[in-house]
Design a binder for this molecule. Structure first.
Ligand SMILES: [Fe+2]
Length: 287
């Protein structure tokens, strides 16, 4: 197994492993590398089948059901635990997956749930000639970068994670639209969480749209959120993954966020994704 850093502070590319056929020692080593590199691993040209994707995913933990997206839940035939991200349409003109060809804004997956998925992974089946890169940011590093006064200010605060819109800006199927973050339904999570495996403190924001800091006026919440959001999206905390067919990227949803560049609507992009259940609600770092 060869491990190469993706950025000076987070993420690693791993080669020399077959994710569909890992023995126990290899898997234990891989898990350690994953935590050491703050939750982001890329496996270039792994070319896992859907069955292989399920085998590797189940090594990490129990599978979580795919999210409810703009067209509901979409999976390949016979694989209800795999979720398709794609702009491709079937013969009847129906999209085979979610998120279209537009930008997907910064987010972490399904943090509007009480126990968000621990991890997600994407594998590339078809990629566009240009665009569609997936960006990741380091929330451990973002927390480290916060000025001391800001760390103290948010130590006990909770952030509301909205489940109304997905990262493509689409209203989730069957959800009532609302535009007031203070009143919108959502899940409260601590602004700073502790990662049990490493003891690290991590800034936990979920997504910007409809976010709200509990207990503050809407204006104060907006101002504080705008301030906090400068840190994770700073250039030195970001890795951009330029996909090749067969690549697999695995991320920890607690320690990273991700976004996607748009790509030309005339191009095809098909990604298969799984996600791993979170066993507990994110716990406050201080609590
Ligand atoms: Fe996502």
């Amino acid at each position: 197994m060869q491990v190469t850093r993706l950025t000076p502070q987070f993420g690693a590319a791993v080669t020399g492993v077959d994710l569909g056929h890992l023995d126990d020692a290899q898997f234990a080593a891989l898990k350690q590398v994953w935590h050491q590199h703050r939750g982001l691993l890329a496996f270039p040209r792994q070319h896992l089948s859907d069955d292989g994707l399920l085998v590797f995913s189940r090594r990490i933990g129990q599978l979580d059901s795919p999210p409810n997206q703009e067209h509901g839940r979409q999976s390949p035939e016979g694989y209800p635990d795999i979720y398709v991200v794609s702009n491709v349409k079937d013969n009847a003109g129906r999209p085979i997956g979610a998120l279209g060809d537009g930008e997907a804004v910064w987010h972490t997956d399904m943090s509007y749930e009480s126990k968000p998925p621990l991890a997600s992974m994407l594998t590339a089946r078809e990629i566009p000639a240009s665009g569609g890169d997936t960006w990741f940011c380091d929330m451990t590093g973002a927390y480290e970068d916060l000025p001391q006064a800001l760390k103290q200010r948010i130590a006990t605060l909770k952030v509301k994670h909205d489940g109304t819109y997905n990262s493509g800006g689409f209203l989730r199927a069957g959800v009532t639209p609302i535009d007031n973050p203070e009143l919108a339904p959502g899940m409260l999570h601590p602004a700073v969480i502790r990662i049990p495996e490493t003891g690290d403190a991590v800034l936990y924001l979920g997504r910007r749209r409809m976010s709200y800091i509990s207990g503050l006026s809407l204006a104060d919440s907006e101002a504080l959120l705008d301030e906090l959001w400068k840190y994770p999206v700073a250039e030195h905390r970001i890795y951009k993954h330029k996909w090749q067919v067969g690549d697999l990227v695995l991320w920890d949803n607690r320690t990273t966020m991700h976004r996607r560049d748009p790509f030309p609507p005339t191009e095809r992009r098909i990604m298969h994704r799984t996600q791993i259940k979170g066993e507990a609600a994110p716990a406050a770092y201080g609590g």
